[in-house]
Design a protein. Structure first.
Length: 669
């Protein structure tokens, strides 16, 4: 079975037909209806041979017709703007004109290093040229003192066009990034010369190329433990005359496969392996980016998802030599075909997921909730509810599944529904933009609440961010803007707190959120932001010009975990600048550079909007410098201290906001 669709800049976009119209805005918390549909995890263990032989299965002939969409009803048209735009309260670390960071699962593209520094990567294009010939890996680094480098949209790979980067840290402390080459298939690896320096000198990983077979592996997810690197990826497909279709293996078209390197990517002793139990008994189609991976020491965790498959995880405790399969969430119609009726609208996943290992090497799996239906066997395809808003979670230690977030937490009108405009969950059709809307903003076949990304701190607290459209924050063309939400657990996933909104940007689309897998006193978050809901790559119809190519900003925030755990991030768009000096100021880092001559910077987090005063005193206690920054929004700010007129010596600088003060020492040389 093959997918019907088009490729836009090497990304598969389904051509979706609308069979009928239904709206499914919110998720009922009474998901006890799941009772009989969830089963205990099923285990299947199989050893992977050290030198695998990959069977080449002939292509299958049947096609899957375009996925159909269901929604009805008239969404609210109320537009209420509250609070103040806090766009400036987050740190810009990069930019890109290419605006599709992933098709489905969002990779972890931040690393919190042992010394407190942070490394970040993202897909970038420094210009808006057709087909984005300079697309590649953008990189930035925040040193241990908290200072980021200048935003850089130039790719790590030099002249090589790549995309979909993953980042890792080798045993020598140097970093490396892996990005795919979608033109010929395969991957480039770039390494840094020293910790914190930009990776470069890309090397094509010839050991992972299947060019001799005519296949194009791309869309990798990579995780490593020291110099042992693990990767999962799928295959791009093309209907271009003369080009070979993606492979079919074990009955799965364009499957997810696994590879491993024990020597920092120089050689790959396991290549293109199908994991145990991953075959046509559960699914008949793979998909780009519908998988996630995590590694802790010898333990490797992988999760694979799809609307019509359920949630499948694999775990290895021997560096990926053998794997155990665990069926986390079943889908009773798997493997789906066009002759199966799904009249009971079963719940499933939306193709976005994440997996993270805790200190006991137990897996925690998250996925966006979806619901599907097929009411006839006369036409190919099925239908799904694009407005669904729910986040599911599975805990390996307890073998339990639960709903941990829903759209109700983001309600603005008081009816317990996070209501969406029709354009928010609509997609392009064969003729362009569907009638009745001025734009479309649905991202693939994902649900409205999507793309979980998880982190764990040293105390075992688990955090999961996700993307969700916000009621009443609506663009001129009638689509809801997205923010990043967060849920957390302080008892190993046993219970979860109410969702909070961590970006809260009015009239900005905050999407493609990623967190560092480790959190210290701060949760480290990065995401993509622009002024148009949806993406140009998936939602623009050229003749309508509804989503032009615009500059997208890659943003970063260091959010104090104390703010998250105190549930003080909040649900509204900021608290407004009419209540100044009511919050606390937290210093994220020591001033940098330090010692310094001239100017130095300090990164702070303001818990509420207001004014921040910076004063500097000499060793005698005399104030020698004072500066006021007024009307700052809640969040991160970089404050500059100008010491050009001060003599060399040791000074104390104090930051004051409301009733809180923080003091540190600095050295002028």
């Amino acid at each position: 079975m093959k997918k019907v669709g088009v490729f836009v800049n090497n990304s598969f976009i389904s051509q979706l037909n609308i069979k009928s119209m239904k709206k499914y805005y919110t998720l009922f918390f009474t998901l006890c209806i799941f009772g009989g549909s969830y089963v205990h995890a099923q285990l299947n263990t199989l050893s992977i041979p050290a030198v695998p032989a990959m069977p080449i299965v002939p292509k299958v002939a049947a096609d899957i017709s375009g996925t159909n969409v269901l929604f009805t009803g008239s969404p609210t048209k109320t537009l209420v703007r509250r609070g103040a735009l806090n766009y400036s309260a987050q740190i810009r670390i990069g930019s890109t004109y290419y605006d599709l960071q992933t098709n489905y699962c969002m990779p972890h593209r931040l690393i919190l290093n042992p010394d407190g520094s942070v490394s970040a990567v993202y897909t970038t294009s420094p210009n808006a040229t057709t087909n984005f010939p300079q697309r590649g890996t953008g990189y930035n680094f925040r040193n241990a003192a908290g200072t980021w480098g200048a935003p850089d949209s130039n790719r790590c790979e030099g002249t090589q066009r790549t995309g979909w980067p993953s980042i890792g840290r080798l045993s020598n402390g140097n970093e490396f990034v892996v990005g795919h080459d979608a033109t010929v298939g395969g991957f480039f690896m770039s390494k840094s010369a020293s910790p914190g320096s930009k990776p470069g000198n890309p090397v094509f990983l010839s050991g992972l190329s299947e060019a001799t077979l005519g296949y194009k592996p791309i869309w990798a997810r990579m995780a490593n433990s020291g110099d042992t690197i693990h990767m999962v990826y799928s295959y791009t497909d093309s209907a271009v005359a003369g080009e070979k279709r993606a492979p079919t293996r074990k009955g799965i078209f364009a499957p997810m496969v696994y590879s491993r390197s024990l020597d920092a990517g120089t050689t790959w002793d396991i290549q293109h392996i199908m994991l145990p139990g991953y075959d046509s008994t559960l699914t008949n189609n793979g998909g780009g980016d519908q998988y996630a991976i995590d590694v802790r020491g010898k333990t490797v965790a992988i999760v694979n998802v799809d609307l019509l498959q359920g949630v499948i995880a694999w775990k290895s405790t021997d560096f990926g030599t053998t794997f155990q399969r665990i069926i986390v969430d079943t889908f009773k119609y798997a493997p789906y075909n066009d002759k199966k009726l799904m009249l009971d609208t079963p719940f499933t996943n939306d193709g976005t997921a994440d997996v993270i290992l805790d200190k006991n090497n137990n897996m925690h799996v998250f996925w966006g909730l979806a619901r599907v239906i097929d009411t006839d066997t006369n036409t190919a395809g099925y239908s799904f509810y694009p407005g669904l808003q729910g986040l599911q979670y599975w805990n390996e230690a307890t073998d339990s599944t639960k709903l941990i977030a829903s759209g109700a937490a983001f309600d603005r009108s008081g009816d317990n529904i996070n209501a969406m405009e029709q354009a928010t969950y609509s997609s392009l059709v064969a003729t362009g933009i569907p009638g009745g809307v001025g734009t479309v903003a649905r991202l693939g076949t994902t649900s409205c609440m999507r793309q979980p990304n998880a982190s764990i701190d040293n105390n075992g607290n688990i955090y999961c961010i996700f993307s969700v459209p916000i009621e009443q924050d609506i663009s001129d063309l009638g689509a809801n803007y997205r923010d990043l939400g967060i849920v957390y657990s302080t008892n190993g996933g046993g219970s979860w707190a109410t969702s909070q909104n961590i970006t809260q940007s009015i009239l900005r689309e905050d999407d493609f959120g990623t967190v560092a897998r480790k959190a210290n006193g701060f949760l480290h978050v990065a995401w993509q932001s622009d002024e148009i809901p949806g993406t140009n790559l998936q939602n623009n119809f050229a003749s309508a010009g509804n989503h032009d190519v615009v500059l997208n900003v890659i943003k970063y925030s260091a959010i104090p975990v104390s703010e998250i755990l105190n549930n003080s991030i909040g649900m509204l768009w900021g608290l407004g600048i009419d209540k100044p000096n009511t919050g606390e100021v937290m210093v994220v880092n020591q001033n940098y550079p330090n010692p310094f001559h001239g100017k130095t910077n300090v990164l702070v987090y303001l818990t509420r909007p207001g004014d921040v005063a910076v004063s500097v005193h000499n060793m005698a206690g005399t104030e020698v410098y004072h500066q006021m920054s007024a009307g700052l929004m809640r969040g991160n700010h970089v404050l500059e201290i100008d010491g050009a007129g001060l003599s060399a010596g040791i000074y104390t600088y104090t930051l004051t906001a409301g009733g809180s003060t923080v003091s540190k020492t600095m050295i002028i040389k």
